[in-house]
Write a protein that binds this ligand. Structure first.
Ligand SMILES: *Cc1c(COP(=O)(O)O)cnc(C)c1O
Length: 365
């Protein structure tokens, strides 16, 4: 029996049930379902929220990354530095745009891309680095910016897990040259389907991406570039706009739950995530580590606590990346065997986190 679900999406979204029903009927009755008023309003609200000039809604987080990389118009075969410890989308986007993903080992303790290791992978072909704010914890941006400036690299934020996260007083999505967000239902700001967005202060990139997401079209049936179809639906934009209004409150609940876990979990074979003082995680995931991760996962399942693994197989070990299978990335490989994500969400109570902590402390390994 599951007493503590990993993530209760039905409960999360039912909080907005009546507002979302109003949006549904507004969109239904408008007779206009793509690239309309709802999207414009959401783009403007989300740009303001992140304090960035331009926001362009797209179909998914993966598309956001692909469109960013395509809009940069780098030479074919350019090398893009990606964290080895990430969700596979960060890699796939690079391939779809026609470039080469070059994995970079993380810092073992933050689990994010390591600035020191970025330096080691730079070649004359390197044109950009993708900074993934993994689990919602912002990357160490200051040194990354210094390296990028010295080496003339673009910084692309993959902020798909970091809605509302803050680094040195600034929101994730405003920390590099351009940023990708995902509104996959399970994210901190999630749609009732797929969605994504691109944020940037660069007006010409923004204009280019606005065309690319809509068949490369400036006006109907005139195509200046070879674009794709990647639009954020009116209905999803409306839902997201409603949910954005309480994103900060939701993140505060997550932060409080993370604090409970950080204070309450005390076990010799469990390492807790770092909570940095220079930044505020969105706590998309609360990821602990253990040398007997599989034993812990099984023990928790038997005691009614549902957990997940982010991620069990790193991208370079996936079947689809056979060209990278032989390289050795020991930190990433070790993390993939040790990480375990505990339940955390805005519909979970402090007592839930306390009870889960108590169950964890009683684990005999
Ligand atoms: C979810 C996610 C994506 C992809 O987003 P989709 O909307 O599912 O395409 C990309 N990068 C990271 C780090 C993610 O967590």
């Amino acid at each position: 029996m599951i007493n503590y679900k990993f993530l209760d999406l039905k409960k999360i979204n039912s909080r907005d049930s009546s507002l979302m029903k109003t949006i549904f009927s507004d969109v239904l009755n408008s007779g206009w379902y793509l690239l309309g008023e709802q999207l414009e309003k959401f783009e403007s609200d989300y740009a303001n929220y992140c304090k960035v000039r331009y926001c362009i809604g797209v179909s998914s987080g993966l598309d956001a990354l692909v469109l960013i990389l395509r809009a940069l118009s780098l030479p074919p075969g350019s090398e893009i530095l990606v964290p080895a410890n990430t969700f596979v989308a960060s890699f796939l986007a690079v391939n779809f745009a026609g470039y080469k993903p070059v994995p970079v080992e993380p810092d073992e303790f933050t689990m994010n891309i390591s600035p020191q290791n970025i330096k080691k992978q730079i070649t004359p072909e390197t044109k950009a680095v993708i900074a993934v704010h993994l689990y919602g914890q912002p990357c160490d941006m200051q040194p990354i910016k210094q390296i990028a400036k010295a080496q003339d690299l673009y910084i692309i934020e993959d902020a798909a897990q970091a809605h509302g996260a803050i680094y040195q007083g600034r929101k994730a999505g405003s920390l590099g040259d351009i940023a990708a967000f995902s509104f996959y239902p399970g994210k901190n700001l999630g749609a009732l389907g797929d969605g994504g967005a691109i944020l940037t202060n660069n007006g010409s990139l923004a204009e280019n991406i606005r065309k690319l997401r809509n068949y490369g079209s400036d006006s109907k049936y005139y195509h200046s570039v070879k674009g794709i179809n990647s639009r954020l639906d009116e209905i999803q934009a409306g839902f997201l706009r409603t949910k954005l209004k309480h994103l900060d409150e939701d993140n505060a609940i997550r932060r409080n739950l993370a604090e409970v876990y950080l204070n309450e979990i005390k076990h010799q074979n469990i390492k807790l995530p770092l909570a940095k003082t220079s930044s505020q995680s969105s706590w998309h995931l609360f990821v602990i580590r253990s040398s007997d991760r599989d034993g812990l996962k099984e023990y928790l399942a038997k005691n009614g606590v549902e957990t997940m693994i982010h991620y069990p197989i790193p991208p370079h070990k996936q079947h689809c990346y056979n060209e990278l299978n032989e390289i050795s990335l020991p930190i990433t490989e070790k993390l993939s065997k040790e990480v375990l994500s505990l339940p955390i969400s805005p519909v979970m109570s402090e007592d839930d986190a306390k009870n889960i902590s108590r169950i964890i402390n009683q684990w005999k390994c």
